[in-house]
Design a protein around this ligand. Structure first.
Ligand code: UDX
Ligand code: UDX
Length: 458
């Protein structure tokens, strides 16, 4: 079949895979190929067991794979064939040298840019999908356009706003698609080519155009604002516990104000995921490098509150379990950073599990999709820790149950049965405020939720 355009995406991760599958479904006349240096990951994309769990993804991939969606390790050949190259490689926080712990580690991005430069034989549009510090596009354009092959590259920023667990719905009907380019004739042409892709299914008024730096900064700002809301409500949750106000009632009351809105006001154990912390640290670093110390501190405090909230959860457990949990079995329900994903990157559960282990608790971890990642996250831990898919087995003989991920299955468990097989007094710590606390208390549990008065039998 003759395709109108060839799109290639470098990086077959949580972002690249689902995004390209959606483009392939919506643009049948475009050939979409996803490449990755990790051949095991590509093999998984080509199998019936996809490398990531995302509701609705299997069907999308099955509908298009082999027709106009392909997964390959032939990076060189695919770069040559591409008209448009999306780059969706990871950009973790730097762990070394200048800016360690804050700045983004751009080595994969730069390596990818050089790879594109090496193999390209005609003009290309390069699209940043990975979240990058402001002005990266400019640097990349400089690297790419300093070539002697007489090839011209246009770098476009098209940050991804999908959230894991709802990626397919987010891609299908996004609040907005943001496309930033240089404001030159060639830049506008490149911008239009990317607009044309999304215009296959996204209403035109939701496709926002901007200059390239606005687009880059908008991604960092969106994540910083979202994370800030969570830290704000978590900060209020601590005050609620002292004053016997109920954080769910406070959130419902303030959320009714249309200027505030209802989303992202759920108090809990803290935010996780691959983006929030990384992007805020990145913002902090950028502010610092422009000498904006107060602004850097302001955003950094969003992360500080998050870390404090994670520690606070463990402290509540310890204090209420008579200040000792050594040798006590504690079941953690959920390890993923949120429901409907197997992803555990920056999950609050990692910090909580490690803190409990430091107290010599006997920790059992349960999760419907994230146990492989959990084992990997805790592989250095020599002490008592076990992994159990079945929540009933995980809680059997436990002194305490801590709910850390808002999976629907945990709301639907038979807590009467769980209570019967637990050590007494039985403690339940609801780190996501999703259970029926009154009912659990009546079953006999001592219930501790976030931002609510404890329900204790003693
Ligand atoms: C990534 C970025 O981390 C994030 O900042 C951005 O917003 C979206 O893209 P994600 O898709 O979740 O997020 O990352 P990950 O699942 O780690 O996928 C990245 C893929 O790139 C990996 O499969 C990795 O093997 C691949 N990669 C990395 C390359 O193909 N080449 C490289 O040089 C480096
Ligand atoms: C986020 C952004 O939402 C997305 O737009 C961006 O592209 C990538 O980063 P993601 O990390 O997948 O997406 O998940 P998100 O739904 O934003 O949740 C992040 C964390 O915040 C989770 O740990 C979640 O449990 C927590 N959260 C969310 C709360 O604690 N309370 C809330 O009210 C909402």
């Amino acid at each position: 079949m003759n395709f109108e355009k060839q799109i290639v995406c470098i990086g077959a991760g949580y972002v690249g895979g689902p995004t390209m599958a959606m483009i392939a479904v919506k643009c049948p006349r475009y050939k979409v190929t996803v490449v990755d240096i990790n051949s095991a990951r590509i093999a998984a994309w080509n199998s019936n067991a996809l490398p990531i769990y995302e509701p609705g993804l299997d069907a999308l991939v099955q509908n298009t794979r082999g027709t106009n969606l392909f997964f390959s390790t032939a990076i060189e050949q695919e770069i040559q064939a591409a008209d448009i190259i999306f780059v969706s490689v990871n950009t973790p926080t730097k762990t070394f040298g200048h800016g360690a712990g804050r700045a983004a580690d751009l080595q994969f991005w730069e390596k990818t840019a050089r790879q594109i430069l090496l193999h390209a034989t005609n003009n290309k549009i390069v699209v940043e999908k990975s979240t990058l510090p402001v002005r990266t596009a400019e640097a990349m354009e400089r690297i790419l356009n300093q070539n002697t092959k007489n090839i011209r590259f246009e770098v476009v920023s098209n940050p991804e706003f999908l959230a894991e667990g709802t990626a397919i719905a987010d891609l299908e009907s996004p609040d907005r698609v943001l496309i930033g380019s240089q404001e030159t004739p060639d830049g506008f042409k490149a911008r239009q080519a990317i607009v044309d892709i999304y215009a296959h299914w996204v209403p035109r008024d939701r496709i926002i155009e901007a200059n390239v730096w606005s687009a880059e900064l908008s991604k960092l700002t969106a994540n910083a604002f979202l994370a800030q809301r969570i830290s704000s409500i978590n900060a209020i949750s601590a005050l609620c516990e002292r004053t016997e106000a109920d954080v769910t009632e406070v959130a419902a009351a303030i959320g009714k104000d249309t200027r505030i809105g209802t989303q992202f006001l759920r108090a809990g154990v803290g935010f996780g995921g691959s983006c929030f912390k990384k992007d805020i640290l990145n913002l902090v670093y950028i502010c610092q490098s422009y000498g904006l110390t107060e602004i850097a501190e302001y955003w950094e405090s969003v992360i500080r509150i998050n870390e404090w909230q994670e520690r606070r959860f463990v402290r509540t457990m310890l204090e209420n379990m008579f200040n000792t949990i050594a040798g006590k079995k504690i079941a953690l329900l959920g390890f993923a950073f949120k429901a409907d994903t197997g992803d555990t990157r920056e999950s609050p559960a990692i910090v909580i599990a490690r803190s409990l282990l430091e107290e010599h608790a006997d920790v059992v971890i349960s999760d419907p999709k994230a146990l492989d990642n959990a084992r990997e996250d805790l592989k250095d831990v020599p002490t008592a820790i076990s992994f159990e898919t079945d929540p009933y087995r995980a809680t059997d003989g436990a002194h305490a149950v801590a709910l850390l991920t808002d999976w629907q299955v945990y709301r639907d468990l038979d807590y009467e049965r769980i209570f019967q097989y637990m050590e007494q007094p039985a403690f339940l710590f609801d780190g996501r405020n999703v259970l029926d606390h009154k009912k659990l208390f009546n079953l006999g549990f001592n219930v501790f939720a976030i931002g609510k008065a404890p329900l204790k039998h003693f």
